[in-house]
Design a protein around this ligand. Structure first.
Ligand code: AHR
Length: 495
């Protein structure tokens, strides 16, 4: 019998809703044919796919990162403004495609406005200059009578966009990036970008380009950039066709956060930095099958992947004190929860936990004690993709759990991922204080087996079910059996 103990007073921090953020890159069918398809019967007069917008609304996405990704290191934002027919078609080197620039800054801002989403722009630190970066800040946020602010007005946008979040380049450590740099060179260059961007608009918040927290890159960059940045980014994708390697791999996300946080705190302490530096986990997902430009990175997600995504979300919630933004890579078609064709869309398995968490998680993360069966990776699982990277972090509990409550202490939600592919786990849930449970609802994401997937023809093989259960009365203890390979979000209303 597994045990979950919850103490409503043991707060871990405030859950920042930006952890439910998204990311859209000019890559494959993410923008064109994904969120934007001019002339389609499914699109509105601005070219935004209405069915996609409805699905995005379901995710309650609070912040959207754009335009890349690798794409940004060759992107000149000025190509994407002004009359569409005059915009240049550019050879695009990151994904070996042609960028028509039909969708640019003003279209992205309009998309965010319509959806009520906060924009997060990443600047080009590959082939781009600091002048371009600071001009972009002025174009978006400028209020004076200056060239770039006036150009925005001339393009029909009188009011500034007030873009708060700005990324200082994408994955500048990688040789797959145009203009990649050593950490020392990145620090030098990023400080110059940061200076002119902040001088243009001191209210903006900057995101330094991080790796995974455990590399030499992270030590040098955090130490050098700490005075300038408000967020430090982490990018990490995991995934494996082997179920256990897949669902235990997000343990690496936990390590990445802890490693980055330790470096951040050391830099703040030694340099006497007063402002907080948070983590923006601005690319994450399960991604392991589709890597080539020809495949357009169009993953098809299984139930196992949906459970891995749930463990990622649990990990961010457990680190609520420092993870204040996370951006699932990506939103549509490209390693994404929403999959379109010109005729419609279907929701991938991973859509369901993303929606449930955004809907059900409350403001305060709680420290939960979990005692469930443990499992070490077998040699076969270790040898599967990703297995070798985290085998030494095990053994792993089969139940992965987080809890959140509202400010008033009236709603408690538990997110429980049963990673066991075969067995249900009977569990006792105990609250530390007297509580009267007046309503008790269970939302479950599950499907026939860990390999089950959704498709255009079978849209709901993996789906979320809601069950309102009999409230047990004035109790501190509940019993619940978590089915094999499931995510269960329990919502308890307390009196
Ligand atoms: O999201 C796909 C790619 O993964 C992004 O372009 C890049 O930043 C990362 O390597």
């Amino acid at each position: 019998m597994a045990k979950i103990h919850v103490d409503m007073a043991r707060s871990l921090g405030t859950v920042d809703r930006k952890i439910f953020g998204g990311f859209v890159e000019h890559l494959g069918r993410c923008i064109y044919g994904g969120i934007y398809e001019e002339g389609s019967l499914l699109s509105d007069e601005q070219g935004f796919r209405k069915d996609v917008m409805a699905a995005v609304r379901g995710l309650q996405t609070p912040v959207l990162r754009w335009p890349g990704g690798n794409f940004v290191s060759g992107y000149h934002w000025t190509d994407g403004i002004g009359p569409v027919e005059k915009r240049p078609r550019q050879l695009e080197l990151a994904w070996h495609s042609v960028e028509s620039n039909r969708f640019g800054t003003d279209e992205f801002m309009e998309y965010c406005r319509v959806l009520g989403v906060e924009p997060y722009l990443c600047v080009n630190m590959g082939s781009g200059t600091m002048d371009e970066a600071r001009a972009w800040v002025e174009y978006c946020n400028g209020t004076g009578d200056t060239y770039w602010a006036n150009l925005r007005r001339q393009n029909g946008h009188e009011e500034p966009y007030n873009v708060k979040y700005w990324g200082l380049g994408n994955e500048m450590y990688g040789d797959w990036q145009i203009g990649h740099l050593s950490p020392e060179d990145y620090v030098k260059k990023a400080i110059e970008f940061a200076k002119v961007m902040k001088w243009t608009d001191p209210s903006i918040q900057l995101v330094g380009c991080g790796q995974q927290g455990w590399h030499a890159w992270d030590r040098v960059v955090i130490e050098g950039l700490a005075p300038w940045i408000d967020y430090y980014s982490i990018h990490l994708y995991t995934g494996s066709a082997n179920h256990y390697s897949n669902v235990f791999a997000p343990a690496l996300a936990d390590l990445a956060i802890k490693s980055s946080q330790a470096l951040i705190e050391a830099a703040r302490f030694t340099q006497k930095i007063k402002h907080p530096i948070y983590i923006a986990y601005d690319e994450w997902n399960v991604w392991y099958r589709q890597h080539t430009p020809e495949s357009r990175l169009e993953e098809q997600y299984t139930l196992s992947d949906a459970l891995a995504v749930s463990v990622y979300l649990n990990t961010f919630i457990r680190h609520s004190d420092v993870v204040k933004m996370a951006n699932l890579a990506q939103l549509v078609n490209v390693i994404a929860p929403i999959f379109t064709s010109p005729e419609g869309l279907f929701l991938q398995t991973i859509y369901h936990p993303l929606r449930l968490y955004a809907e059900q998680m409350q403001e305060i993360a709680l420290d939960v004690h979990v005692d469930s069966e443990q499992m070490a990776l077998t040699t076969e699982q270790e040898q599967a993709p990703w297995g070798q990277h985290f085998a030494n972090l095990g053994p792993f509990q089969l139940l992965d759990v987080t809890a959140t409550r509202d400010e008033a202490g009236k709603v408690l939600t538990l997110a429980v991922v049963n990673r066991d592919s075969e067995r249900a786990h009977e569990t006792t849930i105990k609250l530390a204080e007297e509580a009267t449970i007046t309503e008790f609802t269970a939302y479950e994401v599950n499907g026939p087996e860990v390999d089950s997937l959704n498709s255009f023809t079978e849209q709901a093989v993996v789906a979320a079910q809601e069950r309102v259960l009999e409230a047990p009365g004035s109790v501190r203890t509940l019993s619940y059996t978590f089915p094999a390979h499931s995510l269960t979000v329990l919502r308890l209303q307390l009196a």
